[in-house]
Design a protein around this ligand. Structure first.
Ligand SMILES: NC(=O)C1=CN([C@@H]2O[C@H](COP(=O)(O)OP(=O)(O)OC[C@H]3O[C@@H](n4cnc5c(N)ncnc54)[C@H](O)[C@@H]3O)[C@@H](O)[C@H]2O)C=CC1
Ligand SMILES: NCC(=O)COP(=O)(O)O
Length: 328
């Protein structure tokens, strides 16, 4: 089976467009279908000194792997002119339309997976559209009750109990019910997507020193530990709650199939310090396969040819692997 992947370019003023063009210089063992405005691609390609052959996507044609120097495209109109590095609120609906097209294609089975290049959350909100991130948006589109963000560099996997929310709201968002659901989704997907029979998950506390016995916060005693104990009693292999600063050391990491951090900037800086440029963001808990890059729009690099496509390539390879090996 040749996997067919929908690839979105994200923010058109960002490096997503550059990266997709760079990736198309190489042959890939999948049919990569880029969802974008062909004119945006062509203009950026000429800025980068690239000239791929553009092929209009034909859903009825037989699947073929992607050839070097060719790009299969589903054209979506981008309303306003795109200048590399310059955000424009007028193009926010276009960004979402590319996501909608890719997602509907995955839900219908036309695509086996979607791979997303980075979008700019701020400019979409500036356009008057409430938006937190791909993770939440794709969950709403696919009616998934709870998405879980996981970033991975091979066997080093970091999942998050909460995603995009202000730090002041994190504690209230971690309830016994929400944390139980997050761990259940993580446990389920580690088995079905990563083939881990009995995944071992190390769980971080929320507070410094995991609350220091209640002297530095009560969330561990009142919420996190009771959830861990109850799921362990139900048969899951969980360790914690451990202080996050010491959990992220080799002594523990070498035994972990995944780490569950309580919030975005507790887990991701560690992962990015170790693996920036080759890690993959995988959304768990969706009825479709979605992978993404480990970085943002890097407006400072758009159109310069200096953006590193390592993480996008890793995201594509991960989507290919997951399309072939995932069980439901
Ligand atoms: N999956 C997604 O859609 C993601 C989107 N973002 C969004 O990106 C926007 C900008 O975020 P920032 O925090 O500035 O992070 P960023 O990742 O865009 O940039 C941080 C630094 O890393 C560099 N960098 C990023 N990607 C690179 C690459 N492929 N090659 C070489 N250098 C690279 C940039 O030049 C910059 O110096 C925000 O709106 C954020 O929400 C951030 C992360 C993921
Ligand atoms: N830092 C990772 C990130 O923000 C990715 O968000 P999403 O757009 O994939 O939900």
């Amino acid at each position: 089976m040749i996997p067919r992947l929908a690839i979105t370019c994200g923010e058109p003023a960002g490096i997503g467009v550059d990266l997709v063009l760079q990736i198309a210089q190489n042959a890939l063992p999948a049919q990569c279908v880029v969802i974008a405005d062909t004119n945006v691609l062509k203009r950026r390609a000429s800025e980068l000194g690239l000239s791929p052959k553009y092929i209009a996507y034909d859903a009825s044609a037989e699947r073929q792997t992607s050839n070097a120097g060719e790009m299969t495209v589903v054209h979506i109109d981008c309303p306003a002119e795109v200048k590399a590095g310059k955000l424009n609120t007028a193009n926010a609906p276009y960004v979402l339309e590319t996501l909608d097209t890719a997602t509907h294609g995955c839900v219908s089975g036309e695509f086996d997976a979607m791979v997303t290049a980075p979008l700019h959350k701020g400019i979409i909100n500036d356009a008057g559209i409430k938006f937190s991130g791909h993770t939440e948006y794709l969950a709403a589109l696919t009616k998934a009750p709870l998405p879980v963000m996981l970033l991975a560099d091979n066997d080093f996997r970091v999942a998050l109990a909460t995603t995009h929310l202000p730090l002041k709201d994190v504690s209230a968002a971690i309830t016994k019910a929400s944390l139980t659901q997050v761990i259940e989704v993580l446990h389920h997907d580690l088995k079905t997507k990563f083939g881990l029979e009995r995944p071992r998950v190390y769980v971080c506390g929320l507070n410094p020193h995991a609350g220091e016995g209640g002297h530095l916060g009560m969330e561990e005693i009142e919420t996190i530990q009771p959830v861990i104990d109850s799921l362990k009693a139900a048969g899951m292999d969980l360790v914690g709650a451990l202080p996050a600063d010491t959990l992220f050391t080799q002594k523990y990491l070498q035994h972990a199939d995944a780490v569950l951090a309580m919030y975005h900037d507790q887990g991701l800086p560690v992962l990015k310090y170790a693996s920036f440029g080759r890690a993959v963001n995988i959304t768990l808990g969706l009825p479709i396969i979605r992978t993404s890059v480990d970085h943002g729009t890097a407006l400072d690099l758009a159109g310069t040819g200096r953006a590193d496509s390592g993480s996008l390539l890793a995201a594509i390879n991960s989507a290919i692997h997951l399309s072939r090996s995932s069980k439901t």
